[in-house]
Design a protein around this ligand. Structure first.
Ligand SMILES: [Zn+2]
Length: 442
């Protein structure tokens, strides 16, 4: 323990912004195509160097050339206890410099923020984790149990060459880990000066990307024609795109809505929860999507000439289903797609959910409250997917817990994959203090 240190965590808090800037400057754009992706190997080596400086050994594993993930195990005081995994992805989605106020790979620190692609998704958590374990190594601090660190590739393209690869090919690296923390959770929504909801992710929707294909009779565009593949496909696409599937309240969202009712002193109609959620601001678009299964058509492909009716037409649709709703979702889809249109999965992955209880959750809650006496931690379901889908396969309970106390007026949700992605330096410093308390108590 570091009670002898005159200013606990001073170095970690001082270096976290710089670590984040450095990491942002390593362009780890993941296009989904290894040939055009870049930087993951450089980033993993950089992390290895930062860990090595303080004597923490790590190993880099490549799924394909350059698609590098790094794993390190920090021995705890009692290694016979189950381990805790702290994982973060190193890759980012593309960014177009022409659209940004600063260069997206500059890592510039300006107006109290670190700017750049990955600042909130999720090089911020990578940098906080690194800064903290470096501080611990310097001060001889040991966590109560083993903490496994994983800095992985390819999350932004589904994780097949990162987390999924490690889980399938090197499960021994995570031997004994029963719980995991990572991205999209632990951030604040300000209700009023003395009350902030901290959203801890305990569930993720499942992923069902599909291709729809309609067939018909090809022919001349000038003729009478009653078997047109484009028309049939578009009818199915329109039904899917305009459908509003029924509200289904899963346990995390019941818990979340109850907290919103209490925080804002409102009553929420369980059939129309969106109205009440609107007061949460832009984050309500993300949270609202966790109240039901969703389908959004995203791509269309048919035909090659104005006067030729094609024999087939196809569309790509992004579907997401709630935990426990997979079969119901397929029934809903079948009803909307209708006759004469084939459906095939392009990407299909499970929904995950755990409960908001137990000693690990108690430790999160206590750590947040100790650093913010207005903190009210609540569970929620994420509408998107993360590497939790992979690590859950090894039997871990997965949580989104990358703690950040955010300014009340920051539109946090829009920063994910957004233009001018940035994170307040003060929030990073707060995150380190919370993580330190949490990991010392875990
Ligand atoms: Zn992410």
């Amino acid at each position: 323990m570091s009670e002898t240190s005159p200013a606990p965590l001073a170095r970690a808090q001082d270096e976290v912004a710089e670590l984040l800037s450095d990491l942002i400057r390593i362009d780890t754009t993941n296009t989904g195509d290894t040939a055009t992706g870049r930087g993951e190997r450089t980033a993993a080596e950089w992390v290895a160097g930062k860990l090595g400086e303080v004597g923490i050994p790590s190993v880099i594993h490549e799924s394909e050339r350059g698609r590098a993930s790094l794993v390190a195990r920090i021995e705890g005081q009692d290694s016979s206890r189950p381990g805790l995994l702290v994982h973060g992805h190193l890759d980012v989605v593309p960014a177009d410099p022409a659209e940004w106020s600063v260069h997206p790979f500059s890592g510039e620190e300006r107006d109290g923020y670190v700017w750049g692609r990955g600042a909130v998704d999720m090089k911020d958590m990578d940098a906080m984790t690194l800064a903290l374990v470096r501080d611990w190594a310097r001060t001889g601090t040991k966590p109560p149990r083993d903490v496994v660190l994983a800095f992985v590739a390819d999350e932004e393209a589904g994780g097949k060459l990162g987390a999924r690869y490690l889980v399938e090919e090197h499960p021994d690296l995570f031997e004994g880990c029963t719980e995991a923390i990572s991205e999209v959770g632990g951030f604040s929504i300000t209700v009023r000066d003395d009350l902030r909801l901290y959203l801890v992710q305990t569930a993720e929707k499942g992923l069902a990307w599909m291709r729809l294909t309609a067939g018909g009779k090809p022919g001349h565009g000038s003729f009478v024609h009653d078997d047109n593949a484009v028309t049939r496909l578009c009818q199915a696409v329109a039904r899917l795109g305009s459908a509003r599937l029924p509200t289904t309240l899963t346990p995390p969202m019941r818990h979340f809505l109850a907290a919103v009712e209490e925080a804002y002193g409102v009553e929420i109609d369980p059939d129309e929860p969106e109205q009440a959620l609107a007061r949460l601001g832009s984050i309500s678009r993300m949270i609202g999507a966790a109240l039901r299964n969703t389908v959004n058509p995203t791509m269309l492909d048919a035909g090659y000439k104005a006067n030729v009716i094609p024999g087939t037409a196809s569309a790509t649709v992004d579907g997401r289903f709630l935990y426990g709703q997979e079969e119901e979702f397929e029934r809903q889809l079948a009803g909307l797609i209708g006759e004469g249109v084939q459906r095939e999965w392009l990407v299909h992955d499970q929904a995950v959910e755990t409960t908001f209880d137990g000693p690990l959750v108690d430790a999160m809650v206590a750590a947040l409250k100790a650093e913010d006496d207005g903190a009210r931690p609540v569970p929620f379901t994420m509408s998107g997917g993360t590497d939790a889908k992979s690590f859950e396969r090894l039997g871990m309970r997965c949580f989104g817990f990358s703690p950040l106390r955010l300014p009340p007026d920051l539109d946090f949700a829009s920063l994910f994959h957004g233009i001018d992605e940035r994170v307040p330096v003060e929030s990073l410093r707060f995150g380190i203090r919370v993580l330190d308390r949490f990991l010392r108590a875990c």
